[in-house]
Write a protein that binds this ligand. Sequence first.
Ligand code: HEM
Length: 435
Amino acid sequence: MFANKLPPGPTEAFNLNANEESFALIHKLLLEYGDIVSLPSVGNKPIQIIINHPDYIKNVFVTEHRNMQKGTGFDRVKILLGNGLIVSDGEFWQRQKRIIQPMFHKNVLQKTHNIMCECNVRLLEKWKSNVDRGEPINVTKDTCSLALEIILRALFSEDYEKISSKGESPFFILIEHVERDLDLVVKFNSLRKYVKRFMQDRVESNRYPDDILSMLMLTEDKITQQKMSEKEVLDEVMTLIVAAHETTAATLHWVWYFLSKHSKALDKVHDEIDHLNEDLPSFESVQKLSFIRQIIDEALRLYPPGWLLSRQVTEQIKLGDYMLEAGSNIFISPYFVHRHPAYWERAEQFEPERFSNEKTKKINRYSYFPFSMGQRRCPGELFAIIEMQVHIAYICKHLKPNDIKDQPIALEPLINLRAQEDLYMQAQHRHSVAS
Ligand code: HEM
């Protein structure tokens, strides 16, 4: 039997959103009230529920997904990305997903793997010259540029060269302009003109290079036999650019932070790549780098870039002992679930071995979801994992990061969870390895 009452929580109103205040408040409320908390909203907006328990998470993402749509937190993303895959819902989302899904198939990723390798070769040269000059490497900026260049080249292939010179392109304002404010929205939207030009040029010259933009322009939906309109392709392209680069770069930021501080983990990484008789790992062998994968999984556990996910209830649902009315907003934070002491031993510690084959079996599958879960799970997961594995394997083969002094890192929990300050890393050449 369940009572028709609300979960416990404070009486003061507050509108949760992806920002620092909400981060601190969610932390406080979970400690005070437990794994399900209700919170009145400002004005006549619907009630807000925070959940932090694997059973509720399973309900929201899996068993009750038909009664959910994307939550209020996505309004800000909509301003930036239009009606792209991350924010759309219902039948429109289903159609877009059917058209876009093929770009994540293994045969497409195999081609993207070449791009990933080429970009990392250039990055290594840059980092080696930093080392030769005794200058620290700005890991935050350089991994951001790397991830941005990879997705832009995967999208536009040969057309990318038309708008880039000396390794930079107008899209790099996404890196330089760190504030996620209205000014960025204006600048970001002005980038649409380049994509539009590429599209018009392809139509006029009937030239469709083998890249993701051509796929998006040409693929027909299997059910409706329709192609996307120009505006729809544009929204999806802008969505992919944002979704792919910031998340991956933020994860690499933490990977380098941990590798610089944990010499045993670094030794294991070196051991793994030295056993691989390849300088640049091939598409097949990169996926076998199991310890590097554990490092990535652990970095994503401690610092999931999408730290706050939200859903809105469309039809009344039951969650544990509680009934939630249509309109209720549900907030789920992978950051706090990933550190829940009931599901994670030594939750605050960096221990990549917890993701070994043996130990992974014991992890509650609804307590770890850096790429979300269910229908709306990130389709770019394998893309991102391969990209990060290539990067870590290749750079670690040639360079060894030096110890970073223990210093607390201030977080910036906005739409993506990032560190407030750029990470600077000193490194040295690995002379034992012939290049
Ligand atoms: C470490 C890297 C990444 C992380 C942690 C990540 C995380 C996420 C999360 C948490 C969501 C779901 C949000 C929700 O449930 O509300 C998502 C959705 C999405 N991601 Fe990723 N992502 C990453 C990389 C990528 C890459 C590389 C791409 C594209 C190449 C990509 C494309 C997308 C798209 C298109 C969606 C929307 C899917 C949908 O709603 O159907 N992501 N991502």
